[in-house]
Structures are given as C-alpha cells and as structure tokens.
Design a protein around this ligand. Structure first.
Ligand SMILES: Cc1cc2nc3c(=O)[nH]c(=O)nc-3n(C[C@H](O)[C@H](O)[C@H](O)COP(=O)(O)OP(=O)(O)OC[C@H]3O[C@@H](n4cnc5c(N)ncnc54)[C@H](O)[C@@H]3O)c2cc1C
Length: 305
C-alpha cells in the first residue's frame, strides 16, 4: 500500500503538518520516533505560544496537538526512521520493522541541543537548566544565571537575558570567544555580564531545582557558585543522520531548504528545527509544518492523488 503522505517526526512541526493534512482528507501517517513529542517534552511552562495566556506545559501542548491531529484521522507509529529512498517513486521510508511507501514526505525531525554530558543536566532540564534563552530567560526576572558557551548563540543568549536577569555570568572553557567581534564587544561592555574564562561546569547542583554549579578551572581547582539558572548554549545538532546522501544537507547537517519548506526533491518537504538555525521556536516550527502541508496538498493535487 502506498500512503499519500508520511510525516517523519512528532514535534510541533510534524503535528501541525498532520493537523492540516488530516483535516483536508490526505490521511497522513506520522512516523514519530521511538521517543515521540520532540523538544517540548523536555520543558515545563511554555509562556510564548499564542493562544495560551496562562502558559501551558510543553508535554500538554504536544498532547493537545496530537489529539487534534488524531481527531481528523492521523495515524501514528512510534518508531525511528532508519533509512529513506528518494530516487524512485513512490518514496520508501524504512523503520526497523517495516518499509513504507509514500507519494509525498514531510521531514520534521527537529534538532537537539549539544549538552555537557553530565547526569545533573538531564535531571534538572526544565527545572533551572535550559537550552533556550528566548523561551526561558523571562522566567529569571531579577535572578542570577550563567550561560555556558563562547559562540554567537551564547553571546545572543547572554545579551537577551540581561533584559530580565540581575546578573549573567558566561562560563567559557577557553580564553577567548569564538563569536563574532561585534557580538563580543557588546557582551564585554555590558555591565550586567561577567565572564569566567578557562573554566568548565562539571556539575549542576540542586535536587528539585537548580541551586548552583560546580566549576573546574584550568589549574584543576574546583569551586562552587550559587546560581538560579543555567543556560547551555554550546550548539545544536539537526536530527538528519539518516538523510545523508539522500537529499541536500548543508555543511552543518541542516536540510538545505531550496525555498522555505522545499527540498531539492519534488514531493519531499522539510519543516521545523532541522532546517532552522535561527528561529527555533514551537510557533515557528508549527508555522513551517503548516507551510509544508500546504505544499504537500499542492503536490498531491498536481500528481492527482
Ligand atoms: C528545554 C526547551 C524549552 C523550550 N521552550 C520553548 C518555549 O517555551 N517556547 C517555544 O516556542 N519553543 C520552545 N522550545 C523550542 C521548541 O521546543 C522547538 O523549537 C520545537 O520543538 C521544534 O519543533 P520540531 O517539530 O521542529 O522538532 P522537535 O520538537 O525536535 O521534534 C522532532 C521530532 O522528530 C522525531 N524524530 C527525530 N528523528 C526521527 C527519526 N529518525 N524517525 C522518526 N522520528 C524522528 C522526534 O522523536 C520528535 O518527535 C524549547 C526547547 C527546549 C529544548
């Protein structure tokens, strides 16, 4: 059996595409990953999603999108896609247990943040540890936070956070930033920002929520610092490993969209954080999922499916 459309990924981008496609009668199948739901499953309160004036917990927002997609007939498989074949039509999508065929595909596999690889960050994510300053630094009004990293994202996160926080300390493991000169100058001249150079965060402290961090400097000296929030800004990894050689990716592994949601293969569309280095928001991921759905509709009508 050939599906009209398969959506790979069940975060805001994939679910938004599914809501549109299902409601329009295209009967989408979501292959949503062995751990479905995406990045919002890692967070507590989402306060910037339009339509939720009191905020909503990330997992509940995803559940609501899922129910809405299901209501119109979306089918779900919680498996990882391990391979794709886009050279023949219908397209082939492979999971561990099956091969699927589809006339159109939406790839909405998202991204993950690079992490420090310490147990405490997993335990405290959403409880004082964040990877998204745009999303979470407004929660730290008049509090003290650290930003870990030395690239443009760390600089942007630090500068943005000074609008809310009492103090921002950048912890960087080298003695100079990788960020652009202009960004560095802005950061280094901001009176609210302090930098601790040549130092690594080796532990995040706190049981229910973050209370501090343990640091190790270049000489091996270990110290502790009380803190309210930890923002990890050491990069993102698009989830596109299984797409290598199958469609155009850029040098960082992001799907190189030809124009918004269009890939270099007609009938294969991309949506959300796996092709977005800049916005990385639930709302923008949803928006691109909707755009991808409208392109799928146009394509399926063209090939008369
Ligand atoms: C801690 C945290 C807090 C955040 N807070 C906010 C906030 O307050 N407001 C806001 O707007 N944004 C927030 N964001 C950002 C937001 O979560 C992302 O921008 C958004 O989730 C991106 O959606 P997406 O659908 O593109 O990808 P993701 O949410 O990353 O979802 C990707 C999906 O693809 C699936 N997948 C991956 N690989 C495969 C595969 N091989 N086969 C099948 N499925 C696969 C995954 O299982 C997942 O379902 C936050 C992010 C984090 C990490």
């Amino acid at each position: 059996m050939t599906e009209k459309v398969i959506i790979i990924g069940s975060g805001p981008a994939g679910l938004s595409a599914a809501i549109y496609l299902a409601r329009e009668g295209f009967d989408p199948l979501i292959i949503g990953g062995s751990i479905p739901g995406g990045q919002l499953m890692l967070t507590t309160k989402v306060e910037n999603m339009p339509g939720f004036p009191d905020g909503i917990d990330g997992p509940e927002l995803i559940e609501r999108m899922r129910v809405q997609a299901e209501k119109f007939g979306t089918r779900f498989i919680n498996e990882d896609v391990i391979g794709v074949e886009f050279t023949s039509r219908p397209f082939i999508i492979k999971t561990q247990s099956n091969n699927y065929q589809a006339d159109a595909v939406v790839i909405a596999t998202g991204a993950s943040s690079r992490m420090l690889n310490i147990d405490s960050e997993k335990r405290l994510i959403g409880h004082g540890v964040s990877t998204c300053a745009t999303c979470d630094s407004p929660f730290y009004k008049n509090k003290d936070i650290v930003v870990i990293g030395g690239g443009d994202t760390a600089m942007e996160d630090s500068l943005f956070s000074t609008r809310f926080c009492r103090s921002v300390t950048i912890i960087h493991r080298r003695d100079s930033f990788r960020a652009s000169k202009a960004m560095q100058e802005k950061v280094l001249s901001n009176p609210k920002i302090k930098v601790i150079w040549n130092t690594e965060v080796i532990e995040i402290l706190g049981e229910e929520k973050v209370t501090g961090i343990r640091l190790k400097d270049a000489s091996g000296k270990i110290t502790e610092m009380p803190i309210d929030g930890v923002f990890i800004a050491i990069g993102h990894i698009p989830t596109t490993g299984f797409l290598k050689g199958k469609l155009m990716l850029d040098d960082q592994g992001y799907v190189a969209a030809k124009e918004e949601v269009l890939t270099d293969i007609e009938g294969v569309y991309v949506a959300g954080d796996n092709s977005d280095k800049f916005y990385r928001q639930a709302g923008t991921a949803s928006s691109s999922g909707i755009k991808a759905a409208l392109r799928v509709r146009e394509y399926l009508q063209k090939i008369q499916k």
